[in-house]
Design a protein around this ligand. Structure first.
Ligand SMILES: Nc1nc2c(c(=O)[nH]1)N[C@H]1C(S)=C(S)[C@@H](COP(=O)(O)O)O[C@H]1N2
Ligand SMILES: [Mo]
Length: 516
């Protein structure tokens, strides 16, 4: 019985996919065991994030919210599977070109893994394993689908017999299952043996020498209103890391260098031995849209960055500190913001616990008044004292502003847009912020009525957001509600709409709802 070429192509495509799945699974397993940050998937995804155009981050966030990483990984998986299927077909028709493509993918992964900031000698190994397994398995499976040819290139044998085809199908299925099992195994290895997780859970934080009190009247306790202190589990997360960096506490250090009189290196033990300060600060992402939720407020424990910089003695020509994270991310912070009176911290604690791994364990920066991308470096390992004229941060080189002071803003949390509100007495409430400046007032406008001053909760400090509320006697019909904040300096939040890029969104938050 003759096999239609199309059937053979399908089998070859399936075998290519199976070889790639087995290779990827074993590559992930290798990474989990020997080089956690060099997962072939994360390496390729990370490379794509780094070379993405400036609007890429904005687009990803607006398309996928903060699930952009998961979406990226799924996209990469689909793309790789499509390439593997094509390689399978090619391998049957024009050997060894299919094999070459699979090998090429492995080589690309290995090369990119060596360019990552936290690369070491083992980094290329997982991609190498993935490529080698895919090439060998793919070649073995697909060879069975080819008719042996004589020296002249003329097919001599009959078409691939049915039992052989079934064999290839079964073997391909087994390879897929084995690859999936290896991937599951790699997740288990990562979860079980994550050194940082284990070390973190055993840590006891030092008690703070000084704290910022949180007055009970800072919390209005209104249902649906963001709590004044954001629980760590609900705190937004934004970073370029596909795999959260696992920092080894015993080998962690922070090096302060560049335009300094004296280079300073501090270890974890040095850090915890210093008098700790606990402050409350609101952190907001420059990508936060008007009304968005890329913002949170936490109690941060740490030591003032100014004290460490004082030891290093920046030279007079320095005007910026480029903080580096272990995975290569950088942020450019004005030197002045790290040396003036504000609570710029090298933070080790968040809401009374060691920093969660995804929020920067063991040490991150928190600088009141500045968007996260120019100040809040997580997994920080280096403070390079430099100048804006000679260096720039990760997002600045991708088109975002070099400096990122937070703009005044306010958000309506209650009622929710589209909520069903019953006529009668109810409440409108939200949060307002102008980090390190402070909020003097919030006003609310219902339909085109007069602006109504809101009642403000007690502000914890100028560094935090403040809750606000306005009683409302809701009448039936459709209503539009908007709000605006006025800063402690008298600046009123502008109505002018601006997109997040390049230095933060502006405009009034507004919602329309129907009162029954
Ligand atoms: N290492 C590292 N630190 C980083 C980032 C990053 O991509 N990598 N992103 C920054 C940005 S853009 C923001 S808004 C804050 C977010 O901090 P969070 O994830 O703890 O909320 O982290 C900052 N620190
Ligand atoms: Mo951000």
């Amino acid at each position: 019985m003759a096999s239609a070429p199309r059937t053979l192509d399908l089998l070859a495509a399936g075998a290519g996919v199976a070889a790639a799945v087995l290779g990827a699974g074993l590559g992930e397993l290798t990474a989990a065991v020997v080089a956690p940050s060099a997962s072939p998937f994360a390496v390729i995804g990370g490379g794509m994030i780094d070379i993405a155009p400036p609007w890429g981050k904005d687009l990803a966030i607006s398309l996928f919210g903060t699930n952009d990483k998961a979406a990226l990984l799924v996209g990469i998986a689909i793309l790789l599977l499509a390439v593997a299927a094509a390689a399978g077909v090619l391998e049957r028709r024009r050997p060894p070109w299919g094999r070459m493509i699979l090998a090429g993918l492995g080589v690309v992964g290995a090369v990119v893994s060596m360019t990552r900031a936290d690369a070491d000698v083992l980094s290329p190994l997982p991609s190498f394993v993935a490529g080698a397994v895919a090439v060998i398995v793919g070649a073995l499976l697909i060879a069975r689908l080819r008719r042996p040819a004589d020296a002249a290139g003329t097919a001599t044998a009959p078409e691939t017999p049915g039992p052989t085809r079934r064999n290839v199908l079964v073997l391909s299925g087994l390879a897929v299952v084995a690859g999936a099992l290896a991937a599951v195994g790699s997740a288990a290895v990562r979860g079980g043996a994550q050194a940082a997780t284990v070390v973190r859970s055993a840590l006891r934080l030092p008690t703070p020498a000084t704290t910022t009190p949180v007055p009970a009247t800072a919390e209005l306790g209104i249902d649906g209103l963001a709590p004044v202190i954001t629980p760590s589990a609900d705190f937004y997360r934004i970073d370029t890391a596909l795999v959260v960096p696992q920092v080894d506490l015993s080998s962690w250090s922070l090096r302060i260098h560049g335009l300094v009189e004296e280079e300073v290196v501090v270890t974890w033990d040095d850090l915890v031995a210093l008098p700790q300060r606990e402050t409350v600060a609101t952190l907001v992402c420059v990508s936060n849209e008007v009304g968005g939720d890329l913002i949170g407020t936490a109690r941060w424990l740490g030591i003032p960055i100014r004290d460490l910089l004082a030891r290093a003695k920046p030279t007079a020509d320095a005007d910026m500190v480029l903080s580096h994270s272990i995975d290569g991310f950088t942020a450019s912070t004005p030197l002045e913001a790290l040396t003036d009176e504000r609570d710029a911290l090298l933070a080790i604690g968040m809401n009374g616990e060691p920093l969660p791994i995804e929020h920067g364990f063991p040490v991150r920066m928190v600088v009141p008044g500045l968007y996260g991308y120019v100040s809040a470096t997580k997994w920080v390992t280096e403070l390079e004292v430099t100048q804006y004229a000679v260096a720039e941060g990760y997002w600045t080189s991708r088109g975002w502003s070099a400096r990122g002071p937070v703009k005044p803003a306010s958000r309506i949390d209650v009622p929710r847009a589209g909520a069903r509100v019953a006529a009668g007495s109810t409440v409108i409430a939200g949060v307002a912020w102008h980090n390190h400046v402070g909020v003097a007032g919030v006003e609310v406008q219902i339909d085109d009525g007069a602006w109504i001053p809101a009642k403000l909760a007690t502000a914890i400090s100028a560094d935090t957001w403040v809750q606000w509320s306005v009683p409302w006697d809701a009448t039936s019909g459709t209503h539009t509600i908007r709000c605006r904040a006025t800063s402690a300096t008298g600046e009123t939040q502008t109505e002018q709409r601006a997109a997040p890029a390049p230095d933060g969104a502006t405009g009034w938050d507004e919602l329309t709802l129907t009162v029954a």
